[in-house]
Design a protein around this ligand. Structure first.
Ligand code: 5GP
Length: 198
């Protein structure tokens, strides 16, 4: 998605060897016009698929998933990371290692909001080693729901998450794939002709 790649090139910042900060438009301040285009692009890519629910994880995924959901006309369920007395007792739960915080946490989804009738699209902001995606895939599996695909805004192609998901036979649509980071600049994967990219 050219608009997104242009924005990452202009406003993204590299931290250390492998972290991309996009706080000015995605992870802190949010550019809603851009998020609308991202939502439309997810809809374009998954058009015709039988999706009745979008699953994401708090916090950064929520805004992206909610805007995309308006184009799919489906509800969003977000996995909770924080302990809360408000959460139902009957939950699906999975352990996730956080790439940015370097620690494990549990994600939980109430059994009320995901079941074997559901056809789920997972949406998240970044894909690095795939731990967050694997946790959500595990929750979809526990619910007996059907995983239709995974939509990612920024995939870091030099980490293993994309490979893991594709090898699991799951449809993965990443709107921008970063191939490498060299001398603080972000290099994107070449899009192959005929690929489902804009
Ligand atoms: P994974 O679980 O795939 O290793 O990492 C994905 C999660 O970690 C995403 O939900 C995102 O919140 C965070 N993350 C991973 N890499 C980056 C990055 O380079 N920049 C930012 N802002 N978040 C990242």
């Amino acid at each position: 998605m050219e608009l997104l790649k242009k924005r990452i090139s202009e406003d993204g910042r590299v931290v250390g060897q492998d972290v991309i900060k996009v706080d000015s438009f995605l992870n802190h301040q949010m550019d809603i016009a851009l998020l609308n285009e991202i939502g439309k692009e997810f809809k374009r890519r998954f058009n015709g698929e039988d999706i009745n629910k979008i699953l994401t994880v708090e916090a950064s995924g929520i805004g992206i998933a909610c805007i995309a959901a308006q184009y799919f006309n489906v509800p969003v369920v977000f996995a909770k990371k924080t302990e809360s007395r408000n959460l139902d007792e009957e939950v699906y739960e999975s352990k996730v290692f956080s790439f940015t915080k370097s620690k494990n946490y549990n994600i939980k989804v109430s059994k009320r909001y995901l079941n074997s009738e559901d056809r789920v699209l997972i949406i998240d902001d970044f894909l690095a080693n795939g731990c967050a995606a694997a946790g959500m895939m595990d929750i979809v599996r526990q619910a007996g729901a059907r995983l239709v695909g995974i939509g990612i805004v920024i995939e870091k192609g030099f980490q293993n998450g994309g490979k893991m998901i594709r090898e699991a036979g799951v449809r993965l649509e990443s709107l921008a794939i970063v191939e490498s980071i060299k001398n603080n600049s972000i290099i994107f994967s070449e899009e192959k002709k005929g690929e489902n990219n804009k």
